[in-house]
Design a protein around this ligand. Structure first.
Ligand SMILES: [Zn+2]
Length: 343
């Protein structure tokens, strides 16, 4: 059967309340966080973590963190990640990393503009394979993906380690759908493992880039998923215009290349190497792909004082979706959503 492919996704910064102030704030936060961790003990990677090639060149430096590009598979990776990645994600529980998403207005906007289109695309692919109806979202955040899937009559289940986000999403979903937990492939939570085995659709969005073992993680899913079930990942993508924008304005990054958090910015080839080499337990095959991005606006946001002339900035913003679609169709999108089927 043919792979379903899609390019471009309309995006409205304004609609999801990403104002120029918000963007400036995010870039300031990214700087503070990178600097906070720069003195920690680090690894030194000399080979591509995805294909193991040693043919790698420096791509850019962002606050002393170095991203290298693999010349074999085009994967971009953080060459000096923290030795102890746990340090990046520990907090005392009083602060939620989802804080900015956990309010009604943002929830509904993210639901309409981000979650529903994604869930509809996945549903379109799933229907081709007559999947039955259990949808599992690992790292379910504020719960908007589950909400959209539930509206399409899926039975839904989520796992989230952030307590505030979990509580918020269960309130929205009106039930105990989201459990506390995260994926640890060395020592997988029993309930989560059961869910992985039973589910027909598993969404794992924006997590793989944070893990130091993306290949093993894909392998883990392959070993534990049911035959014909779908695994859907969403990751930052390279080569892309966003990578270029981040490299050219490395002191103003606020998304995409955010060290020390994003360890890999995956190329399609690097992921293909990973999921086709998942041989134990059957393997995965590509059945759906959606490429989209915001690189055009990243170029605009790379300039200091980008909104000084507000009416001109708004005019530029208005054409961004059209321009971005051309970029996405030509291999320069910065987000990649892959639907992989267990064979
Ligand atoms: Zn590589």
């Amino acid at each position: 059967m043919k792979i379903i492919e899609k390019y471009g996704k309309s995006f409205d910064n304004k609609a999801i309340l990403r104002t120029p102030e918000w963007i400036e704030n995010q870039s300031e936060n990214a700087r503070i966080k990178a600097k906070k961790f720069i003195k920690e003990e680090k690894e030194a990677l000399n080979a591509c973590p995805m294909c193991e090639s040693a043919n790698v060149v420096e791509f850019t430096r962002i606050y002393e963190f170095i991203y290298k590009e693999c010349q074999n598979c085009e994967n971009l990776f953080l060459a000096n990640p923290l030795k102890d990645l746990q340090k990046l994600y520990t907090n005392d529980g009083s602060e939620s990393s989802f804080e900015c998403y956990l309010n009604d207005e943002i929830f509904h906007k993210r639901l309409e503009f981000i979650a529903r289109p994604k869930v509809a695309f996945i549903d379109e692919v799933a229907r081709k394979y007559q999947q039955t109806k259990l949808w599992l979202d690992i790292g379910s955040g504020g719960g908007e993906n589950l909400y959209a899937a539930k509206d399409l009559c899926y039975e839904v289940r989520g796992f989230e380690s952030d307590y505030k986000a979990l509580k918020f999403s269960n309130e929205k979903l009106k039930g105990d759908y989201v459990k506390e937990g995260f994926l640890d492939i060395q020592n997988c939570n029993k309930e989560l493992l059961e869910s992985i085995r039973e589910s027909n659709v598993i969404t794992f969005f924006n997590v793989l880039e944070h893990l130091d073992n993306p290949r093993q993680t894909l392998e883990f899913f392959t070993q534990n998923m049911a035959k014909d079930a779908l695994l859907v990942i969403e990751v930052p993508r390279h080569p892309s215009l966003s990578s270029y924008a981040n490299a050219q304005a490395s002191n103003r990054v606020y998304r995409h290349l955010i060290p020390p958090f994003h360890l890999n910015i995956f190329s399609e080839k690097s992921l293909e190497i990973a999921y086709t080499s998942c041989s134990r337990g059957g393997g995965l095959k590509l059945v759906g792909k959606w490429v989209y991005g915001q690189g055009f606006m990243d170029i605009i946001h790379a300039f200091e004082g980008f909104d000084k002339n507000q009416s001109l900035y708004e005019k530029i913003s208005l054409v961004s979706n059209q321009v971005q679609k051309i970029l996405d169709e030509n291999g320069l999108g910065d987000f990649l959503l892959l639907v992989l089927q267990k064979i």
